[in-house]
Design a protein around this ligand. Structure first.
Ligand code: ADP
Ligand code: ZN
Length: 752
């Protein structure tokens, strides 16, 4: 039997023919959150032949009496020989699946993410494996090829189809119709006439390939320079990170589109674009299609299983050239990445807050390094982390200082709410009301920003003072008046709005406290009954199709006043929008988040950036009780640099990220006393090192979540410390805690 270097299972070539017939020990990783790779026996039938089993291959293995799909991860002859089960006791690998193997870079990436986030690789693999089951039932379908008899009746339309068929490729009816620019019935006619012949194939349709040769708009000098740098980065095919910074509306998207075009023009190579809230970014998709003639491959959690399979397979084969997705797109089996773009890189939505708590922005850089490709981080308000990396020249820094064309940055001013005598139940100050009224009169569009979904954040009984709280969480229930419901925004619990107080049974005694977007809409409708109002919030926009429709209405100026939560900050371009009013500019400044000031600055700058993006200049009002706060002052004066400098200084002084490292530890369980006890006990085993501080335990600000009591510990370390090592050691030395779960959040972004 011939054998060669291809008979490598995991990097160790077989030396002799007899090796080939041995059963071997292999490690297989299963997509199970609590598991690392497990040992299995691999029989020679899987090792011999034309394509012997290798790392990355999908296999079926037995686990606890069930059959599971896993991935061959490594050779079984690992270091800790002591606890190895003898080969004959291992369960055998049962079958190899006919799926493309996970690329080696992805396997290494999965291990890296697991190590960094202190989770098991099985948990990370799970994110990369949402598809194999679907692939097993790969559909068989009928495609058509040319080469049949010529039709008795020839028409121009038919001729066009046969011209497309001349290359001999098998295509679906729709594909022929689209390429020949004729209706599907023309193609079906040719099938009937036996001019096109059917063939059965397994698998899905190819995705259309975006056209990298189409021309984009003429770029300004700054844009050209930035685009050139990015295109060179793509050509070089080496790891390099670019911060593409530019004020809102400066054309960052146009610029990185040039880099994407460069990548598509190469014969191979794939592009991954990460966007926050992909399900809501219909505008981006429309722009992409306009620029490149075809849609990109989309990846997000709303895809059906069949769509998922089709995308996954096309990514694995390299056929999908541009994939745009939410953070989970990071774990797709890209065969060959040539460019990664992370748009709105500062966005908090890149941090996954449960399961594997990773930051997709940071992991995109890691993935880029492993794939030796260019990584573009784009933002008008970069995270301090990224900015510092640009300043220290770890990242290339590209800057667009002006808005495109005639558009100028909006004027920002504060409304000092301490001086406004606001009547109960009203939130729009007189200056803002005047400005909105004037805008309506001129036929211009306005946006009111309030980062609070629903009608009111708190409901209480005026007779007995009863407050509606979630039964499972330490949080108020939020009234959603449209749905006639009270909802917990933490666990999703909801109940019909009662008509009397459940505590004292008083009728008509329930009072809404504070505003949410729905209540603000009520105030607007009271003031201007004729105005067309739209609420942009995740629960209202819901399904992507609904969102797309709303975005189109707003873009086409079928809406006068938009009332939105943080969703509106996601890079939308509404040309008619000239006025922005921020209802409560101070809302994000409280709490124990070390990034509170940075976040608030970014959010408000982004909201402000929606105004005046076309010919007409924009105006922004910030309603604030702290108009002198450094964040407000910087926004008003347009002193972005000074703000970042100040913020960097203060973070450095306090040893906060990116100058120091944080790890959040959350202990939770059903029994409060037990959790408190366990937390106190656990810190006794904390590392003793002058460069490390351990703070807590303290009850978490959200002390109860989904019926679990929560305690927090915060580890703060100097930058040079390997916190992963410190934590593994800590975890190993501390005794096991029964009934208490420990969640580790490396580089935490939320502190509730
Ligand atoms: P950013 O991503 O920086 O917010 P965009 O790329 O969305 O900016 O650009 C803002 C608007 O200006 C978009 O409508 C875009 O199409 C337009 N634009 C930007 N640069 C150009 C250009 N060079 N030529 C024509 N239109 C441009
Ligand atoms: Zn709840």
């Amino acid at each position: 039997m011939p054998y060669s270097a291809t008979y490598i299972v995991t990097g160790k070539p077989y030396k002799t023919v007899s090796d080939l017939f041995e059963t071997r020990r292999l490690r297989v990783l299963l997509p199970r959150p609590l598991l690392g790779p497990l040992d299995y026996a691999c029989g020679q039938e899987l090792l011999a032949g034309d394509s012997p089993l290798k790392t990355g291959d999908f296999v079926r293995v037995p686990l606890a009496g069930r059959k599971e799909i896993g991935v061959v991860w490594a050779d079984g002859n690992h270091e800790e020989e002591g606890d190895l089960l003898p080969l004959e006791k291992l369960k055998p690998i049962q079958q190899r699946l006919s799926l493309p193997p996970l690329p080696d870079t992805l396997c290494r990436f999965i291990d890296w993410v697991a190590d960094y986030t202190l989770t098991q690789p099985g948990a990370v693999l799970k994110m990369a494996m949402s598809v194999p089951r679907a692939v097993e039932e790969m559909p068989r379908r009928t495609l058509y090829v040319g080469g049949g008899s010529l039709p008795s009746k020839m028409t121009d339309a038919r001729r066009a189809v046969l011209a497309v068929a001349a290359d001999g490729r098998a295509r679906s009816v729709q594909d022929f119709a689209r390429r020949a620019d004729v209706s599907a019935s023309v193609v079906r006619g040719l099938v009937k006439a036996e001019s096109l012949l059917p063939i059965q194939v397994a698998g899905d349709d190819d995705f259309p390939v975006p056209d990298g040769f189409r021309h984009g708009p003429a770029l300004s000098n700054d844009q050209t320079a930035a685009a050139l740098a990015l295109r060179e980065g793509v050509q070089q095919g080496a790891f390099a990170v670019y911060l593409l910074e530019g004020v809102t509306g400066s054309g960052k998207t146009e610029v990185y589109f040039e880099a994407i075009a460069e990548a598509i023009r190469a014969t191979t190579g794939q592009v991954m674009v990460l966007l926050p809230e992909i399900a809501l970014t219909s505008q981006w998709l429309d722009r992409f299609r306009e620029r490149f003639g075809e849609a990109p491959v989309v990846w997000h959690s709303d895809l059906t299983l069949a769509q998922r399979r089709r995308a996954w397979m096309a990514v694995a084969s390299g056929q999908a050239r541009v994939v745009v997705g939410a953070r989970s797109a990071l774990f797709l089996p890209f065969a060959e990445l040539s460019l990664i773009v992370v748009d709105e890189e500062h966005s908090p939505t890149y941090k996954q807050e449960e399961g594997v708590m990773y930051n997709a922005r940071d992991m995109a850089v890691v993935r880029g390094k492993m794939s030796a490709c260019a990584v573009v981080l784009a933002s008008a308000t970069p995270s301090l982390e990224t900015l510092i990396n640009a300043q220290s020249e770890k990242y290339h820094w590209l800057y667009l200082g002006e808005r495109h064309g005639e558009a100028v940055l909006p004027d920002i001013e504060a409304i000092d709410m301490r001086k406004m005598k606001m009547p109960a139940g009203q939130w729009l100050s007189p200056p803002l009301v005047d400005a909105l009224g004037a805008g309506l009169e001129k036929g211009e569009q306005s946006l009111l920003y309030l980062n609070r979904r629903g009608y009111a954040p708190l409901t209480l009984c005026r007779s007995c003072g009863h407050r509606f709280e979630c039964a499972s969480c330490s949080a108020w229930l939020v009234e959603h008046r449209h749905k006639h419901q009270l909802m917990c925004h933490h666990c999703g619990y909801h109940t019909t709005m009662p008509d009397k107080c459940p505590s004292c049974e008083a009728e008509d005694s329930l009072a809404a406290c504070g505003p949410g977007v729905e209540r603000l809409a009520e105030e607007v409708e009271r003031l201007w009954p004729e105005a067309r109002v739209a609420i942009m919030a995740s629960d209202v926009m819901g399904h992507p199709e609904r969102a797309r429709q709303m975005i189109r209405q707003i873009t086409d100026h079928e809406v006068d006043i938009i009332i939105g939560t943080q969703i509106v900050t996601k890079g939308y371009h509404f040309p008619a929008l000239t006025l922005v009013g921020v209802i409560d500019a101070d809302l994000g400044l409280g709490g124990g988040d070390p990034r509170a000031a940075e976040r608030t600055f970014q959010q408000l700058e982004q909201v402000a950036g929606r105004a005046g993006r076309a010919e007409k200049p924009g105006r922004v009002f910030l309603q604030s009780y702290m108009p002198d706060h450094p964040v407000m002052a910087a926004l008003i004066a347009g002193e972005r640099d000074a703000f970042y400098e100040q913020e960097a200084e203060s973070r450095e002084r306090q040893g906060m990220p990116p100058f120091g490292k944080l790890v959040g530890l959350i202990l939770s369980g059903a029994d409060m006393a037990k959790v408190a006890d366990a937390a106190r006990h656990f810190v006794r085993y904390a590392p003793r090192d002058p460069r490390i501080q351990v703070l807590g335990p303290v009850p978490a600000p959200l002390a109860r979540l989904r019926d679990r009591h929560r305690y927090r510990i915060l580890l703060k370390a100097e930058k040079g410390i390997n916190v992963q090592k410190v934590l593994s050691h800590w975890q190993k030395t501390a005794p096991k805690m029964k009934g208490v779960r420990l969640q580790i959040d490396v580089d935490p972004h939320s502190f509730y």
